[in-house]
Ligand binder design. Structure first.
Ligand SMILES: [Mg+2]
Ligand SMILES: [Zn+2]
Length: 205
């Protein structure tokens, strides 16, 4: 990032900071790609049907795209940070092929009782805690009340609530949803595609 430049210019002096942009906070496994359990190999990666188009639609509707993903497989020693980064590069590249730019990808590699000491901590970023969302919100000047979150677990929704995200939705394309999970959400959709269509019906085909 280059320093020095001020986005607001003289007009911003003495006025409240600009409100910022809304974001779509999106869980990865079970929402964007098929949940396979501790995914770390590119050969195992597969987009869920309609997910790429849904991201295109959200981006076109003006949402920053922020992926937020718990990656305790790193703390468990099931795969490494390098494995995770390789898969992330693959995800970014396949989305870029479709004209989708992810504005941020936040991951939590920690676990309180992790086998690997370097990742063993009670962090503030593992969902249901909101650390990843807050980090992205600060970095990208996100307007949280105007933002949305899409996840496939109750812990996703709890993280969104704790961060102050305006609307938090569940999808049925990943983990099985319990009744308490469903209670937490502002809405439930079959998948990210249905979610995006409901979000911006004017942009639907
Ligand atoms: Mg998930
Ligand atoms: Zn963490």
């Amino acid at each position: 990032m280059s320093g020095g430049a001020t986005a607001g210019g003289p007009a911003a002096v003495g006025r409240p900071a600009a409100a910022g942009r809304p974001a779509a906070f999106i869980d990865r496994d079970g929402v964007i790609n098929v949940e396979v359990g501790f995914l770390h190999r590119i050969e195992q990666f597969a987009f869920l049907p309609g997910a790429v188009e849904a991201l295109q639609r959200m981006q076109a509707a003006g949402y920053l795209l922020v992926v937020i993903t718990n990656q305790s497989g790193i703390a468990r020693g099931l795969y490494t940070e390098d494995d995770y980064q390789r898969l992330t590069s693959h995800l970014r590249a396949r989305l870029a092929d479709a004209g989708v730019r992810l504005d941020a990808i936040e991951h939590c590699p920690h676990l309180p009782d992790a086998p690997l000491a370097s990742y063993r901590m009670a962090c503030d970023c593992r969902k249901p805690l909101p650390g990843m969302l807050r980090r992205a919100a600060t970095a990208l000047h996100i307007d949280l009340p105007r933002s949305i979150l899409v996840g496939d677990r109750g812990s996703d929704i709890q993280a969104g609530r704790a961060a102050g995200v305006g609307r938090c939705w569940l999808v049925r394309s990943g983990a099985p949803l319990s009744a308490p999970d469903l209670e937490l959400a502002d809405g439930v959709f079959d998948d990210l595609a249905a979610c995006a269509a409901g979000l911006a019906p004017a942009l639907a085909p």
